[in-house]
Structures are given as structure tokens and as C-alpha cells.
Design a protein around this ligand. Structure first.
Ligand SMILES: NC(=O)c1ccc[n+]([C@@H]2O[C@H](COP(=O)([O-])OP(=O)(O)OC[C@H]3O[C@@H](n4cnc5c(N)ncnc54)[C@H](O)[C@@H]3O)[C@@H](O)[C@H]2O)c1
Ligand SMILES: [Zn+2]
Length: 723
């Protein structure tokens, strides 16, 4: 039975005990992902629902409450690597409300607690709840002495050097009390977030799901020089320890903070009735889309500070404040059309064109539909999603943004589906070139079989080929590729390398084209010539074969050393009659027996899927012809063999954990392997070294317990001589 589906009021005690266990584990895991790794795995709404359910069960069965109950906890313990700071005044969370009634009840509760008559004045402040992470700044004698994150409320992480890189944070204050702890929120604007993510995407580093994660990930860096590069901002809205009071009222204290040089939120206001609080919420919500930064609700605080003191705190939240949260980011709109995009490997990706709608402050007009099964209401295992409701053109659909980025479709309103609506028929031919687009067994994705004949595939393939991680041709980006392809200047990869021959002189010259000149044309030809000397791994990755990503390409390159050796192995494997078998299963069975095949699948890090994709792709006649013509233009550099002699990590087993800043995980792994190290995924007795970036969790703890040597990223780079 699914306990999670039973209402709290209907749970037996035994069931409640089990539920409390489950909820503690799930909330704990979500906290670690969110607070320590800055990479949430569930939505905030889902997280809030878990906590609410836990609190309800505890209220009904107080005896079952765990000693480490999530209700008693704030955030998560500080991550490894940072200095620890004990907060003189604890940094708390906030009680939550979602409805107007709860706001009125809150005001009533406060009134009752204070014993105020119904007509006695009671003011509150209302201000936006900034969606960032809280930071405490301790000033002593007017100088910033210490900056710390909230951590678990009692102990936070020392991020002083990082805070000093933020423009909004003054390092000196004039006329401040001798000791002043200013508290507020570090956040990132939408515009800065977009630029940062674009930069990361371009160099192949990991991108952030939303501005909050970007702010948290940027502040919580072991190297403050990285924080310095990130455009963080700070709003002050509270304080901790004080040598002298700032004011008698919350509102005036905020004004005082502004006078001391802090940014405070201009929408902060005073409200003298619950109705005015709700009005403030509506107004702030209406302005949400135009603020340029994320807010997730409105915070109300009792204005009179002597009242605040009397009200005090519960275990994790003050009684004098309340966070009135905005509803989850969902919106209904019409799905006007389903369009199919054809990718580099021929994959047909369905995209929903929506009637534009605002979802959580962002206008959304497209949503991903994943694949044929998803549209039909099934997941990859054939299980019903959206209770099996399919998605059709013309439907009313509910759109949500999962941790920002790509919008998805949560639901379909069947009641509003028109009578003549018909199920969507997924094309079995490529809409761009008309080639057949069959489904591979066990794969929900249809692929166009047109290869380079298909203009959509060709352009995507060429774009991939010239990209940073592949041939890296300066001056040749997506735009140029599209134009050259459209005009028939390049049809296949080899054509890039004969551009100079064909368009360097003569009637139709590159330098005479619009947007080009003598210099830019010469620079492009030079860049192309430079790119001919390509390392085998990059070249292989650049071919854009399905499943052969950067890592697999480098593994293959290192194993075979040269293109000739690799293609010989591929040809031998393709000769196996079983390679032509009808379905995957038959192929797999027959091929595991074959020694030629084993030469490829036996490589550590190369699975069956990669091997099949590599062999089938390179043995298709058209594709192979194109690759051979490309190879003829190149000067392929043999892969560097692991330089193990003299390598300090040769033969050692290394584990990477946490966030790496200077390189991607894949890059770190490849480098370690190049130096003769073995890279493992988990810490065990066999581990020699753990490289832990910020946010390292259980692995670091385990390494410590096992006495395994732990280094941070810089320590690692120094060890291998890459610093
Ligand atoms: N998705 C997940 O897996 C996951 C996991 C953990 C937490 N969360 C999110 O975090 C929330 C719980 O975290 P929390 O304990 O930080 O509570 P909270 O975010 O609901 O409220 C407390 C925080 O609000 C911030 N805040 C912003 N503006 C403020 C203002 N003007 N005045 C006072 N405080 C202000 C402060 O940083 C404060 O610590 C959840 O409701 C959820 O949204 C999500
Ligand atoms: Zn096609």
C-alpha cells in the first residue's frame, strides 16, 4: 500500500511511524541537495508538502516525533572545506502561509499572544521574500570582521573573503554600533544569471538551474577569486547581535540600515491591518515579473521591536514573522501546435508551441514534449504519466517550470478538449527531408535516417563539428554554418577544409560576401588550417555520432591511439554477421561472443550502446564516405598515451566529489586517467585519494572515517602539477 497517499487523519500509529521515517529521509536528502550542493532534486512546492505532512503527523502523534525531526531543523550543516562560524544569534527559517486566511490568523495569533485588545494598534511590515541565500555580516568597530552563511542556523560557513568581493557589501561602516551583525539575502539578477549560464554553457561547464542556485553556488566557493567573477548582490533586511539598538521599530531599523550604506528593498512598507498586508502581497506579486530578480513570496514582520522580543521564537521560526509564499509556478494555456525539431543525430524532438503565458514571472511560449511516448502519456517503461492522458494540438495544458530552465507540461484539461480533437500522430518520416524515421528497439526516440542529405541534420552536425569541444574553429559559429550550408558552400564536414581552395580566390570570394572582408576571410581560412591538426579524441567527438560524447571519444582515442587502428577495429566488428542482426537483443547475444567486437566493448568505459552506435554509424556507406573525405583533409594527432612514469597518481584510485570549479567532472576524470589514475565513483577501502569540491557530503565523511587522503580542487591541481 502506498502510505503517502493516505490522509494523516486516517493513518494508524504503525503507519504513521513508517511515514515519519520516510519523510525524515526524504526531507534530509532534499536538504542536502538544496543547501549543500546547491542543486535541488525536487521542486520547492514538493519539498514544502513533505514538511507540512511531517508536521501534521507529528501534531497527531507527538510521541512519534523523532529526536532529529525535520521540524526542529533549519537548513543543513556547513559543508566541508569551509571554516565554521557559530552565530551569536541563531539564523532562523520562517513560518509559511499560502492563503489569505492564514495571514489573518497570523495577525490574530500575534494579537492574542501579546494580549492586545481588538482595536489596539498593531503594525506589520511587508517586504518581498528574496529567493537567494541568507548571509550574516559581522561588523566590529565599523569593519567587516566576519561573513557567514546560515548553515544549520547555529553554525554557518565562513565566507568572509567571498563577501568582500560583493559590491553591495560595504567593508567599512560609518557611525555603526560597535558590534553590528547585518543579515540579508545574497541573490543574482535574471540578467546576470543568463550571462553566467551562457558563459558556462559555452565552455562546457555545468550550468545552474536557477538564480538562487547560481547565487548559492557562487558565494559558497572555497576560492573567493571565483566569487569575485560572479555578479552577486545583497539586500539587508535583518540583524543579529547588536551593541546598541538600531531603532525601536522594524521599519525604522531598515531605514537605518539603508543610511549605513546597505541596499534595502524599496518595496518594504508598513501595514496597519491584515487587509493591508494582503494588499501589499497582491501588489508585490503583480510586480514580480518586472523586478529582474526572483522573489518567492512576501514576508510580514511585527513592526514594534519590543513586541518582537516578547513574541520570541519557536524551535526554528520566529513567532513575529510569516512568509506568505507565492503559489507554485504553474499556468494554464493553449497548446497551439506540436512541431518536430531534427537534431544532429537525427533525433526527432517534439516541441509544444504555446499561446504565450507568464509562468512565475517569465513568458513561456514553448515547452518540451520529449518524445512520442511522452505525448501519448507513457514514460520510458510504458507506465502511465499524467494518468495516461495524451497531449493534443488545441488542448488546454498546464505549464510549469522545473527549477527554471525548460518549461514542461504538467497536465491536460480533458473537460475543455474539443469534440473534434484527434490524438497527435507522431511522424514516422523526417519532416525536414522525408527520410524514414524509425524507432530503435527499447528507445522512445525516432531518428531520421537521411544522414547528411537531411538539411536539419547536416547543419546540426556541422555546428557540432566546429564547436569548442570538437574542432574549435574560430570565426565559424552557428550563424556562419547555417549561411554556408544554405548557399551550398558546405554540404558535409570535408567541405569546411576546402573552403579556401574554393572561395579564397575567384569570382565568388568569401571576402566579398556581405559581412566579410579581407581580414576576417583570411582569419577564418587560417583558423580552418590550424584546426586540421586535430587530436584524435576531439576529431572523433566532432563526428557527432550518437552516444559518442566527449568522454567516450577520448576513451576510444586513448585505447586505439590512431585513427587507422580505430577504423580497422570498427571495420572488423562490422564484418560480423551478427552486426546486421535485426534487434538489439539478438545482436547483443551474438556479438558478445565475437572477439572483434570484444575489442571495442572490452574497453573500460565503453558500453554496448556506444559500441553499436560507433560501428553502425561508421559502417553506413554514406556516412563512411563523408568521414573518409574528412579524414583525407586532416592531420590527426595520435592520442596522448597516459604518461604514467613520474606521475604522482599513477596506479592510484581517485574519487571526485562536490562541485569542481575549474573543470567539468568529465575533464577531471579524463585528466586523472591520462596520468594513469583509476577514477572510481564511490569511496571504499581501495580509494587512495578523494578530491572534494564545495558541497561534498557523505563521500567526504566516509573518506575521513576510512583515513583516505582528502584534497580540494586546488590541492589536486597542485599535486598533478596543473596548478
Ligand atoms: N527543493 C528542495 O529540495 C528544497 C530543499 C530545502 C529547502 N527548499 C526551499 O527552501 C525553503 C525552506 O528553506 P528556509 O528554511 O530557508 O525557509 P524559507 O526560505 O521559506 O524562509 C527563510 C529564509 O527566507 C529568506 N528571506 C528572503 N527574504 C527575506 C526577508 N525579506 N526577510 C526575512 N527573510 C528573508 C532568508 O534567507 C531566510 O533564511 C522551502 O520552503 C523550500 O522552498 C527546497
Ligand atoms: Zn531528415
Amino acid at each position: 500500500m502506498d502510505l503517502a497517499a493516505i490522509e494523516v487523519a486516517a493513518l494508524t500509529e504503525a503507519q504513521a511511524r513508517e511515514e515519519i521515517e520516510r519523510l525524515a529521509a526524504e526531507i534530509g536528502a532534499a536538504n542536502a541537495a538544496y543547501h549543500q550542493r546547491d542543486a535541488p532534486e525536487i521542486s520547492d512546492a514538493a519539498y514544502d508538502a513533505l514538511r507540512r505532512r511531517n508536521a501534521e503527523i507529528e501534531a497527531r502523534f507527538p510521541d512519534l516525533k523523532r529526536e532529529d525531526s525535520p521540524t526542529e531543523q533549519v537548513g543543513a550543516a556547513p559543508a566541508d572545506g569551509f571554516g565554521k562560524v557559530s552565530h551569536a544569534v541563531r539564523m532562523l527559517s520562517l513560518g509559511n502561509a499560502f492563503t489569505d486566511e492564514e495571514v489573518t490568523e497570523f495577525a490574530m495569533r500575534v494579537r492574542k499572544f501579546l494580549g492586545l485588545a481588538e482595536d489596539a494598534p498593531l503594525d506589520f511590515t511587508a517586504e518581498p521574500k528574496i529567493d537567494g541565500l541568507s548571509l550574516s555580516l559581522r561588523y566590529e568597530q565599523g569593519r567587516l570582521a566576519r561573513a557567514a552563511t546560515r548553515g544549520d542556523g547555529a553554525v554557518g560557513e565562513d565566507v568572509t573573503a567571498n563577501a568582500l568581493t560583493i559590491d553591495d557589501i560595504p567593508d567599512r561602516l560609518d557611525g555603526a554600533p560597535e558590534v553590528l551583525e547585518v543579515r540579508g539575502e545574497v541573490y543574482m539578477s535574471h540578467a546576470d544569471f543568463a550571462v553566467l549560464n551562457a558563459r558556462h554553457a559555452e565552455r562546457g561547464s555545468k550550468t545552474f538551474a536557477n538564480p538562487r542556485n547560481a547565487a548559492a553556488g557562487s558565494l559558497r566557493q572555497l576560492d573567493p577569486e571565483i566569487t569575485r567573477m560572479r555578479p552577486l548582490r545583497f539586500f539587508a533586511y535583518a540583524w543579529g547581535e547588536l551593541a546598541a539598538p538600531l531603532a525601536t521599530h522594524q521599519f525604522d531599523a531598515i531605514v537605518r540600515l539603508r543610511e549605513l550604506g546597505f541596499c534595502t528593498n524599496p518595496m518594504t512598507r508598513r501595514c496597519d491591518t491584515p487587509q493591508k498586508m494582503i494588499d501589499a502581497y497582491r501588489e508585490i506579486e503583480a510586480r514580480r515579473a518586472d523586478l529582474g530578480y526572483d522573489i518567492d513570496g512576501v514576508v510580514y514582520k511585527v513592526d514594534d521591536l519590543s513586541f518582537q522580543r516578547r513574541l520570541g521564537m519557536r524551535s526554528t521560526t520566529p513567532r513575529w514573522a510569516l512568509a506568505h509564499k507565492f503559489p507554485a509556478e504553474l499556468a494554464w494555456t493553449t497548446l497551439e501546435k506540436i512541431e518536430i525539431q531534427v537534431g544532429r543525430t537525427g533525433a526527432l524532438s517534439p516541441v509544444a508551441r504555446l499561446k504565450p503565458v507568464t509562468v512565475g514571472g517569465v513568458v513561456v511560449s514553448n515547452a518540451t514534449l520529449h518524445n512520442e511516448d511522452y505525448i501519448a502519456g507513457r514514460d520510458s517503461k510504458g507506465m502511465a504519466i499524467r494518468e495516461g492522458r495524451d497531449i493534443r494540438e488545441g488542448d488546454r495544458v498546464q505549464v510549469y517550470r522545473a527549477g527554471d530552465v525548460i518549461p514542461k507540461i504538467a497536465d491536460v484539461d480533458l473537460d475543455r478538449r474539443s469534440k473534434d480533437s484527434v490524438p497527435y500522430v507522431f511522424p514516422d518520416h523526417c519532416p525536414e527531408c522525408g527520410s524514414a524515421a524509425p524507432r530503435e528497439e527499447g528507445d522512445a526516440i525516432r531518428r531520421c535516417t537521411g544522414g547528411l542529405i537531411c538539411p536539419a541534420q547536416a547543419v546540426e552536425k556541422l555546428r557540432h563539428l566546429v564547436s569548442r569541444a570538437a574542432f574549435d574553429i574560430d570565426g565559424m559559429g552557428a550563424k556562419q554554418v547555417e549561411q554556408f550550408h544554405r548557399d551550398g558552400w558546405i554540404g558535409e564536414p570535408a567541405d569546411i577544409f576546402t573552403l579556401r581552395e574554393r572561395y579564397g580566390t575567384g569570382m565568388q570570394q568569401l571576402k566579398n560576401r556581405e559581412g566579410w572582408g579581407e581580414k576576417s576571410a583570411a582569419a577564418l581560412f587560417d583558423a580552418i588550417d590550424t584546426a586540421r591538426r586535430v587530436p584524435l579524441g576531439r576529431m572523433l567527438f566532432g563526428l557527432g555520432i550518437a552516444h559518442v560524447g566527449e568522454v567516450a571519444a577520448n576513451v576510444l582515442a586513448r585505447h586505439f591511439g590512431t585513427w587507422e587502428a580505430l577504423i580497422a577495429a570498427v571495420d572488423a566488428a562490422a564484418q560480423e554477421p551478427a552486426a546486421q542482426a535485426e534487434d538489439d537483443k539478438a545482436r547483443k547475444g551474438a556479438l558478445t561472443e565475437s572477439p572483434h567486437w570484444a575489442e571495442i566493448t572490452g574497453i573500460d568505459g565503453i558500453g554496448f550502446t556506444v559500441a553499436v552506435s560507433l560501428v553502425t554509424s561508421l559502417s553506413q556507406e554514406g556516412e563512411r564516405g563523408s568521414v573518409d573525405r574528412l579524414v583525407a583533409q586532416l592531420d590527426i594527432q595520435p592520442a596522448e598515451q597516459p604518461k604514467t612514469d613520474g606521475s604522482p597518481v599513477a596506479g592510484k584510485t581517485v574519487v571526485f566529489t562536490g562541485t569542481l570549479e575549474k573543470m567539468t567532472r568529465a575533464e577531471a576524470k579524463a585528466r586523472a586517467e591520462q596520468l594513469g589514475a583509476k577514477v572510481a565513483g564511490s569511496v571504499s577501502g581501495k580509494t587512495d585519494l578523494l578530491v572534494a569540491g564545495p558541497g561534498a557530503g557523505s563521500k567526504a565523511a566516509k573518506a575521513e572515517a576510512l583515513g583516505v587522503e582528502v584534497l580540494d580542487e586546488d590541492g589536486w591541481l597542485a599535486l598533478i602539477g596543473d596548478a
